[in-house]
Design a protein. Structure first.
Lengths: 120, 101, 532
């Protein structure tokens, strides 16, 4: 049973279906070992945005205040999709990289462990 | 709290009653202390919390002796902040207890 | 008249014992309907699967009857309002430690008081749903209690509203401001469940197991910080709370004793509502460790006393019904040394969009945190706060401008870390009806997976903002220079520059220092040195 309800066959309205986001989709972004930005971030993106825009513009802008952001060696960055390591195709869209509506992409920056190594 | 204290508490489940501190409750707390020698009285800002392993009894007569007037145990409601344990209330006694104790 | 009097005494009925009085004033109020079936009158007390064979098995250990109820409640009110009058007449608002303390009241008024009102409604609904007289009377009293609580809280805090910012529109904010969806959705979840789940959730899991962690620290904290008014309404409410807690324990024992089939259902609810309530208490954890200028005890200490010790005793008592400790209680215990730090850092990130202020703890306060949290504070959190302090001194106070990812169940940003690693965010996800859903913990994920049709409806503030649902009707997102954050704050009815942002340069602080001649925050030692 998917819900205990007073009426039979109760169905709930899916409140966050993609079509409600005016042509965009939601993408979640998390930076491993960097918790000064207290939680992964949520942004609306065009599903056709090339993945390469993430390292090039989107991520540096989102984390602009972090002292480690300018030190990232993007060639060494490890990417995770729903927690699983993957090799993104930077020229392809986020959608074609398997990052659809409400997908979570995480990245690890080897050698960087936040403010004074505290993972902040 | 030290680890050994925590362990001691875990062995006999504790009950507690917490009362506001005021003129009337001071006598009530006195009465509870007298009737429950095994209980520990902890003072906090504006409140007193009484912890005891297993059981706490609040007796009407003991309170009446100290207040010098008739006391209905339901008047406890005016001073209570919190408690823990199963309650058994009669006209003469208000008992808090765990059945595992 | 003397003759009459003596004959009256002779005729006076024997005083009823507590038990007899309770029987007459409670059970005797029920009746057997004659022209409608009982099932039709009470259609909502069986769809949850709970089987009740004998409603007479219900016992109210306080045996409180309506006549005594009015008498004692009336007395409580008289005491309370006398003190509130005195507080106002003596400008008691200036006797608190410093104006940072007022932020705990903002959190309380917007986050807790509306829940009292929701509880009033919830108990009225639950009382109507039960066919047994005992629980109906108990629910009725509690519904009235909860209404009293919200009223006294509004009356008391309204006095602070004359002097401090952020208290002007708590009800409006409760329904809109991002972090307030956490308490709001918690209660909506309970109220939209069946009556047995509601009463197990609120009376037992919240009031019995967790409420001590809310009211005891809040009220002791108020007392410690010189806030006589809040101590008074708090303790006045808390005296009712003891009765509610007792109702909670009684409800659970009653349901468990009625039928063995009820045991797994109740256990599932205890698991769910322990976790929901614990997540909600994140706000209390940060209040205790960061927001009270004078601290009573740390969150970790409170957790040890009120959950590990008292909760442990309670669940041992329930073992004989086949009930065990709620699932994931050990995760909560693992989190006790990080919860408040993770929470305060979150509000520090997003205080541009809150109705209260945040700040970096003073050096002395950080030392207190190091002492209370020797395993975690210096290692994980102090570097963050010191960095923020440095940035602030350079005039670059850190604000996180991007909205966070939220947990679908508790609606808190995904700030919590893996049970065994405080440096890794805890990510959990599932798919339902072709869509991804994310959670902060196994506890929140389990709750979703058990009833997905309920939680797909969650009104998540971040998603609602991106859908364009958090602007006032006159806002035009297509207009040039449209500023979405400013528009959302307008929708919240937040007075920007007054209610939100860092405490350091807030009007609250300036006013406090001007009106009282006292510092608005602890003076740092180096500043003292400079002045000398």
């Amino acid at each position: 049973m998917s819900v205990i309800a007073a009426v039979p066959d109760y169905r709930g309205e899916m409140l966050d279906r993609q079509e409600k986001f005016h042509g965009k989709q939601l993408l979640y972004i998390g930076w491993e070992d960097h918790l000064m930005y207290c939680a992964p971030l949520c942004i609306p993106v065009d599903p056709q945005t090339p993945f390469g825009a993430l390292p090039k513009e989107i991520i540096p802008n989102l984390y602009a205040e972090h002292p480690d952001v300018g030190l990232i060696d993007w060639d060494k960055v490890q990417w995770f999709r729903s927690g699983q390591p993957f090799d993104p195709d930077f020229a392809a869209s986020v959608l074609d990289n398997g990052l659809g509506h409400k997908a979570i992409v995480r990245f690890r920056t080897p050698g960087l462990a936040g403010i004074q190594g505290s993972c902040s | 709290m030290s680890a050994s204290q925590a362990e001691g508490y875990a062995q006999t489940p504790i009950v507690f009653i917490a009362l506001q501190t005021n003129d009337e409750s001071r006598r009530i707390i006195d009465a509870i202390e007298a009737d429950n020698p095994h209980a520990k009285v902890n003072a906090f800002p504006a409140m007193v919390k009484i912890d005891a392993p297993g059981r706490i009894v609040v007796r009407r007569e003991s309170i009446e002796e100290r207040l010098g007037r008739a006391f209905d145990l339901r008047e406890l409601q005016l001073h209570l902040i919190s408690l823990s344990g199963n309650i058994d209330e009669s006209d003469d006694e208000f008992v808090l207890h765990w059945r595992t104790a | 008249m003397t003759t009459n009097k003596s004959s009256n005494i002779a005729k006076a009925p024997r005083k009823l014992s507590l038990k007899e009085n309770y029987a007459l004033m409670t059970r005797d109020l029920g009746w057997q309907p004659s022209y409608q079936s009982v099932d039709k009158i009470f259609p909502h007390d069986h769809f949850e699967g709970i089987k009740i064979h004998n409603w007479e098995g219900w016992e109210d250990p306080f045996r409180l009857t309506m006549d005594a109820y009015w008498k004692y409640q009336g007395e409580k009110e008289r005491k309370l309002y006398a003190i509130i009058d005195a507080f106002q007449q003596n400008n008691g608002q200036f006797n608190v430690t410093d104006a940072r303390y007022i932020n705990t009241l903002k959190l309380f008024l917007t986050g807790v008081s509306p829940l009292e009102y929701a509880a009033h409604r919830g108990f009225a609904i639950a009382g109507r749903a039960f066919r047994g007289v005992g629980p109906r009377v108990a629910c009725q009293m509690q519904a009235i209690d909860e209404l009293r609580h919200v009223q006294t809280q509004i009356h008391t805090i309204s006095h602070y509203n004359k002097f401090f910012n952020g208290l002007h529109d708590f009800k409006h904010m409760h329904d809109r401001v991002w972090y307030l969806s956490v308490p709001k959705s918690y209660f909506d979840d309970a109220m939209s469940a069946g009556p047995f789940e509601f009463i197990t959730a609120i009376s037992f899991s919240f009031e019995y197991v967790l409420t001590n962690l809310l009211f005891m620290p809040f009220m002791s904290g108020a007392a410690f910080n010189g806030d006589m008014a809040t101590v008074t309404f708090g303790f006045s409410a808390q005296s009712d709370e003891s009765r509610h807690m007792t109702l909670g324990l009684e409800v659970v024992k009653f349901i468990l004793e009625q039928d063995p089939d009820n045991v797994p259902i109740v256990q599932k609810w205890l698991d769910k509502w322990f976790w929901r309530g614990y997540r909600l208490l994140t706000l209390v954890a940060m209040m205790m460790d960061y927001m009270l200028p004078k601290r009573v005890m740390s969150w970790a200490e409170a957790w040890e006393i009120y959950f590990e010790q008292n909760g442990g005793s309670l669940f041992r008592d329930l073992e004989r019904y086949g009930i065990r400790m709620p699932k994931y209680h050990e995760v909560a215990t693992k989190e006790k040394n990080r919860l408040s730090h993770e929470a305060w850092a979150t509000f520090y990130n997003y205080t541009a969009a809150t109705d209260f202020h945040t700040w970096v703890p003073s050096s002395q306060e950080m030392n207190w945190l190091s002492e209370k949290y020797p395993e975690t504070f210096d290692r994980y959190y102090r570097p963050r706060f010191e960095f923020w302090r440095e940035r602030q001194q350079q005039g670059k106070r850190f604000y996180n401008p991007t909205l966070p990812m939220l947990c679908q169940t508790c609606q808190i940003p995904m700030i919590f870390t893996e049970p065994d690693d405080p440096t890794k965010i805890c990510y959990r996800e599932t798919e339902y009806r072709g869509e991804k859903f994310h959670f902060c913990s196994d506890g929140c994920k389990d709750i979703f997976c058990d009833e997905p049709e309920k939680y797909v409806q969650a009104w998540l503030p971040v998603h609602q903002i991106y859908q364009g649902n958090c602007f006032l009707p006159d806002a035009d997102p297509t207009a040039p220079g449209f500023n979405p954050l400013a528009e959302v704050l307008r929708y919240y009815n937040l007075n920007v520059g007054h209610d939100n942002g860092d405490y350091a340069d807030s009007p609250d602080r300036r006013n406090w220092e001007q009106w009282t001649g006292r510092p608005g925050a602890p003076v740092e030692e180096e500043e003292v040195g400079k002045a000398a």
